[in-house]
Design a protein around this ligand. Structure first.
Ligand SMILES: [Fe+2]
Ligand SMILES: [Fe+2]
Length: 278
């Protein structure tokens, strides 16, 4: 029997179609296996208006999944929880911690905004699910929890630290990804791929007995990647033979151009307002 249809709408992205709000952030609306899942929330300013313009009613949200704790994925939590009814939230416990990006000696706080942490704190404890290990949300939808770092050429992709002085590197262990199974193939959603895109995809494939990853959508965080990492990432992707690659958010222009060179029309650069049906 053919599995039910999957629809993914990009609600928030750095790029957008006319009439929608663009921001540095990511949020995707996933309709699959009878559930409506918000995967990340963007920074907050774009979520509600873009959802409304796209005919997505946030009050229908069954589950909120947070890919990791950066502000550009979690700032919309208060708005989502204000609009939605009984939503279950799934995230790694590491999403709530101070963290910084330090560039040219200047620390920028990039943690989950205080209001978002407070909104999570107000949730009844049975609706807040701290995830460390692979977890099935439904029969066909899973999330990874912590993603093992197997490749030797992928790091977090940026100057991330747990302290403003830069003494303690932030390994972003809270980074997780989601997969949806359909007809023994997988559609994978990633937030920023801070665990490494190849680490993430290999782990999900291993968790699913080697099933083919047909589509990957989300931020690949390759904007600071050197040529060796880019080349090895693309060669690993080539081995996976995906049908569609949808780079969004923090993938980086250079990486998108290289992906297009390799995969041609299979690469569809993402933007808020795009709707994919599988
Ligand atoms: Fe991000
Ligand atoms: Fe991030």
């Amino acid at each position: 029997m053919k599995s039910r249809k999957i629809t993914i709408t990009i609600l928030v992205d750095n790029q957008t179609h006319e009439g929608l709000h663009a921001e540095h952030g990511l949020a995707m609306w996933i309709e699959a296996d009878g559930r409506r899942i918000l995967f990340d929330t963007g920074q907050g300013a774009a979520l509600a208006s873009n959802a409304q313009a796209l005919g997505v009613d946030l009050k229908d949200t069954d589950m909120l999944v947070l890919s990791h704790g950066h502000y550009d994925h979690t700032g919309g939590i208060p708005e989502l929880l204000r609009q939605s009814g009984k939503v279950d939230v799934y995230c790694h416990s590491g999403v709530v911690q101070p963290r910084y990006a330090i560039r040219e000696g200047r620390p920028k706080p990039i943690q989950m905004p205080t209001k978002a942490m407070a909104a999570l704190d107000r949730l009844p404890s049975q609706r807040l699910h701290w995830i460390r290990q692979p977890t099935w949300l439904t029969e066909d939808i899973g999330i990874t929890g912590f993603i093992p770092r197997g490749s030797n050429y992928e790091d977090t992709g940026g100057p991330f630290y747990l302290d403003p002085e830069g003494r303690y590197a932030d390994p972003i262990n809270d980074d997780l990804a989601l997969w949806i199974r359909q007809d023994d193939e997988l559609v994978v959603c990633v937030g920023c791929s801070h665990a490494g895109l190849v680490n993430t995809l290999n782990y999900i494939r291993d968790l699913n007995h080697g099933q083919r990853i047909r589509t990957v959508i989300g931020g690949f965080h390759l904007l600071d990647a050197g040529s060796e990492r880019l080349e090895r990432t693309i060669s690993a992707l080539t081995e996976l033979e995906p049908e569609t690659v949808i780079p969004c958010h923090c993938t980086g222009d250079n990486a998108v151009a290289m992906l297009r060179q390799t995969f041609g029309k299979a690469v569809l650069p993402g933007a808020a307002g795009m709707i994919f049906q599988f």
